[in-house]
Design a protein around this ligand. Sequence first.
Ligand code: ADP
Ligand code: MG
Ligand code: ZN
Length: 623
Amino acid sequence: MDKYEILKKYFGYDAFRNAQEALIDNILRGNDTLGIMPTGAGKSLCYQIPALLMDGITLVISPLISLMKDQVGSLNQAGIHAAFLNSSLTASQYYKALGFAKQGRYPIIYVAPERLVTEEFLDFALNSNIVMVAVDEAHCVSQWGQDFRPSYLKIVEFIKRLPKRPVVSAFTATATKEVRDDIMDILMLQDPMVVTTGFDRNNLYFGVMSVKDRYGAIKHYLETHRQDGGIIYCLTRKQVEEVCGRLIQDGFSVTRYHAGLRDEERKKNQDDFIYDRVPVIVCTSAFGMGIDKSNVRFVLHYGMPKNIESYYQEAGRAGRDGEPAECILYYSSRDVITNQLFIDNNQDNQELDAVARAIVKERDKERLRKMTFYCFTNECLRDYILKYFGEYGSNYCGNCSNCLTQFQQVDVTEIARSLLGCVESSRQRYGTTVIIDTVHGANTAKIKNYRMDENPYYGTLNKVQTYKIRQVLNYLQLEEYLFVTSDDYAIVKLTVKSREIMEEGRQIVMKLAKEPDRPAKESQPKGRKSKGALFGEGQFTQKEESLFEKLRGLRTEIAREEKVPPYIVFSDKTLTHMCIVKPRTKEEMLGVSGVGEFKVEKYGERFLGCIKEFAVDHAEEAQ
Ligand code: ADP
Ligand code: MG
Ligand code: ZN
């Protein structure tokens, strides 16, 4: 068999994606390889397929038990012999698996890094033909990354002890140069081929909403997405409790996850979510590492995370199957303060000296600022993220809330002048709210106390709505015409660029959302990609939608019998394609993306039966 046949037979796919083929070919030529691709790009196949073509055993190093279980489950479902060796096995299970491994039953074995240099494992490894060591989540070797694992340092030690050096391949979704260099150095890759693909995830819709009633907005989202499952990230444990509690009261099926829960409850809640027993999980950032669930249809952020890295990682847990999914951030200006507190109270860097700590703090504040600007910008959100990671996009993606909002160019020079004038004349001592209230001419106790009602700019913008003044202020900050200190007071200061407006008469034109003629009923903008769109079939019809639900029900039933998460039986994407193709025979079924020979034999009959039944029911309806 060649690589194409394996791709089709076991995994049910017709073609490789961008970088997969290059990586696979390089490994098969016997060269070390480093693949840097975003979440959901399909890194696993890049080592699994060569493993099946090479004459010997591939060891896959993975940091988490849940990841190993998931991957081995998927391989077994596809008809490939694979096993994992980690601390979730009892001693007798472990020795049994090791025994089978010695007999050469498994072409692919997942191992926890801390097992590698144990005596039993070495006894097996030194007497077997290990042809490749594949390091998944390879950024775990780097202290620069967020997930450093000291046990990953054992990998090189292990490789050195093998009688013959195997091919070493490494994979990660972390793009920074420091991490990449660390991976190559620490794993001692020999003249590796490095393949990096773009970081865009074009099936993800990005949205930012600045709403007063955040809870109401999230509730509305769930109400209008009853069929879907997803994650709601909160900033604090307290928020998790609050949001989760209210949603349960309002009749939604949701569960929760944060570091304050006992281990058993955390594990149970996580499993409920992964096995589709509960569609929605409300959690802190503690949730997610090691979650490979491919059918997460939305990731909502009840609160802004501390930086773009975290946001993209968390949001990126949506839509791993490549089907359309949504990432929406519900922003409130209080989030900035909460995050500043986190930064100020960060205990992670105790071992650093005072100077180094101050540098880290400054860096964290700068990252927070960039995150805040994400919430302010009226430009393409996807482009903003990609630029942050050093990629250049087209500034229009058509699949984010800014690209789908109608904007108009508005001259806001007068507003900008008033704001800057007010800041200057009050000697740069006040926060954003006081400045905005002053130019708007508010009649509050604070304004009187500070005697801002005597400021020459008091009330100059009394006809402009405050939210609009705030948008302009945000924009001036984004463009560095003014600066807001990152402490609780959020004091507005002038910058070197302020002069351009105040003295040089620069005109300021910015994009502002067009006022809707009528208040929009749907909070969601139209025109996003929906089911089926990625197969070039346009929208799903009502009929296909109900077939999808039927197939999904069958999938759940099978998953229970097999004791695996539903997405391991078939991904959402595969079910979607099945609704479009509506296969009538096993032959036709093989044409569905993600259906391989083994799965056709195993489940084909039942899914064909379900589709046939559906066709009959609908034929009767039509009469
Ligand atoms: P990563 O580890 O890069 O985050 P995975 O290896 O988990 O991604 O793959 C994500 C999804 O993409 C899986 O459902 C996988 O089956 C699917 N996939 C991988 N390669 C292909 C391909 N060539 N065609 C279609 N789907 C693919
Ligand atoms: Mg992976
Ligand atoms: Zn866009």
